[in-house]
Design a protein around this ligand. Structure first.
Ligand code: C2E
Ligand code: CA
Ligand code: CA
Length: 447
């Protein structure tokens, strides 16, 4: 930094003080960052030009640490720091403010769009492979930015706005950048409101399982049910699992929620005919938590539900964040006879390698393909290819989201054996499910 707004502060001794430096990377630390922003705000008092701050967080750094070891993890962080520093222009500064979190200050960036461009460029720079111990690691990162517009924007506020934007970027998936908006604040408040209500509901046992039938497509016989969590809050009304499950994951409530729902579901399923299986969704974060397997087994023990009647559904995302931990949990569950399905196949980060490495008993074809099977040639081909692959690998298969007869007929024609969707039944609570089961004409069970 040879010129620019900071030049006149360079002789200020405390800047070289160790208290302002991150020992691992040699970058400034969080204190340095705050100090720099404070000074720039003071500078801009007479010249109120905007400037940008950003926070950048590495996606999934912990598994890299686990996989490559701490020392290699440290080396990667040093390389990250070097790349970020090299990507700063003469006015800008980057510091390390957390284990895998960096903050940057760009005095010459004056609007959100330019801040986003800058952050995207940084993420791009970080995406090139890292060499450690003759191996290569890859990283992605997410970032949030905020702009200083007036002296109402204090350093704390700017950082907290950038963190809010980072949080929204992370929620949108890996490798994303966002700039702060007021709506984000509202969204963040809503999430917190839902989190509070959900904590209370889980403690009070108010989240309930509903059950959706899974059928043998050829005979239409119900062979099992998928458990789907349902939550009705007094103030918020019915909240969709697509909203509350991700919040439960993020805020660390998913373990308790899941145990509650599994306990209630297995209690309900004990009264069903014994040849029906119960299927249950596990969230990605549960496959990172080593206690998950033991907790499931303890619940089965307690409710007396036969593990051989239980299936767990996991997604590829669940396997990716920490494959070693997922493998261990899945191994524990399979040992007692629990079957494992790969859910939502064909969306997200599908990888055929995963099918080779993990022993799945069943694959569920995502409803996106089923929805377009009649109109869309590519979907038809993809479904046929998936079915052929399942046959080759000896996996059962269930097509999800079947809504009309024509879709079911086409799937049977392609050789798909299992089906699930509104055509065969919507998710229903324990009582209604039992009533439906009782009304079946046994033993030829049809809907
Ligand atoms: P999923 O595992 O893919 O579950 C299937 C979703 O598709 C369910 O939505 C179900 O109601 C819906 N569905 C079923 N048949 C049809 C159909 O014919 N057409 C259409 N359009 N939709 C159909 P739901 O219950 O809203 O659940 C959404 C997601 O929330 C689930 O997706 C699952 O990922 C998650 N989830 C639900 N309950 C739990 C739970 O207890 N634990 C965990 N970890 N995740 C859960
Ligand atoms: Ca599922
Ligand atoms: Ca699914």
């Amino acid at each position: 930094m040879s010129s620019g707004p900071f030049t006149r502060h360079r002789l200020n001794g405390c800047e070289e003080d160790g208290a302002f430096t991150d020992p691992l990377t040699g970058l400034g630390n969080a204190r340095r960052f705050v100090d720099k922003v404070n000074r720039l705000i003071a500078d801009r008092a007479d010249d109120p030009a905007p400037f940008a701050v950003g926070v950048l967080d590495l996606d999934g750094f912990k598994p890299i640490n686990d996989l490559f070891g701490r020392k290699a993890g440290d080396e990667i962080l040093q390389q990250v720091a070097m790349r970020l520093r090299a990507a700063m222009d003469e006015h800008a500064v980057v510091t390390r403010i957390g284990a895998d979190e960096f903050a940057f200050l760009c005095p010459m960036i004056f609007n959100e769009q330019a801040a986003i461009e800058k952050a995207k460029m940084l993420i791009e720079v970080l995406s090139a492979p890292y060499g450690v111990d003759h191996r290569t690691a890859r990283l992605s990162a997410s970032a949030g930015c905020s702009l200083f517009y007036s002296d109402e924007d204090t350093t704390d506020l700017l950082l907290s706005k950038a963190e809010t934007a980072l949080y929204q970027a992370k929620r949108a998936g890996r490798g994303k950048v966002m700039a702060y908006t007021r709506e984000m604040e509202e969204a963040a408040k809503r999430v917190t409101r839902i989190e509070q209500a959900l904590r209370r509901a889980v403690a009070a046992g108010e989240v309930k399982p509903h059950f959706q039938p899974i059928v043998d497509l050829a005979t239409r016989r119900t062979v099992g049910f998928e458990t789907l969590a349902r939550w009705h809050d007094g103030d918020l009304g019915l909240v969709s699992p697509e909203v509350f499950i991700p919040i439960a994951e993020e805020r660390g409530i998913i373990g308790q929620l899941s145990q509650l729902v599994l306990r209630k579901a297995t209690e309900a399923a004990r009264d069903w005919p014994e040849d029906l299986f119960l299927s249950f969704n596990l969230s990605p974060s549960q496959l990172v938590d080593h206690n998950t397997g033991l907790q499931i087994l303890a619940i089965l023990e307690c409710t007396g539900f036969d593990p051989r009647r239980l299936e767990i559904e996991i997604t590829e995302t669940g396997l990716m964040s920490d494959p070693a931990s997922a493998e261990k949990i899945i191994g524990d569950l399979r040992r007692v006879g629990i079957r494992v399905s790969l859910d939502d196949f064909g969306t997200g980060q599908s990888s055929l390698g995963r099918l080779r490495d993990f022993p799945f008993d069943k694959l569920k074809i995502d409803r996106g393909f089923v929805a377009s099977i009649l109109e869309d040639r590519p979907s038809e081909h993809i479904i046929r290819a998936i079915l052929a692959m399942c046959e080759g690998l000896g996996m059962d298969v269930v097509a999800e989201g079947i809504e009309d007869e024509a879709q079911a007929l086409r799937l049977v024609e392609f050789g798909c054996t299992g089906g699930q969707g509104y055509l065969f039944g919507r998710p229903r609570d324990a009582e209604e499910t039992l009533d439906i089961l009782r009304s079946f004409d046994q033993p030829a069970r049809t809907q």
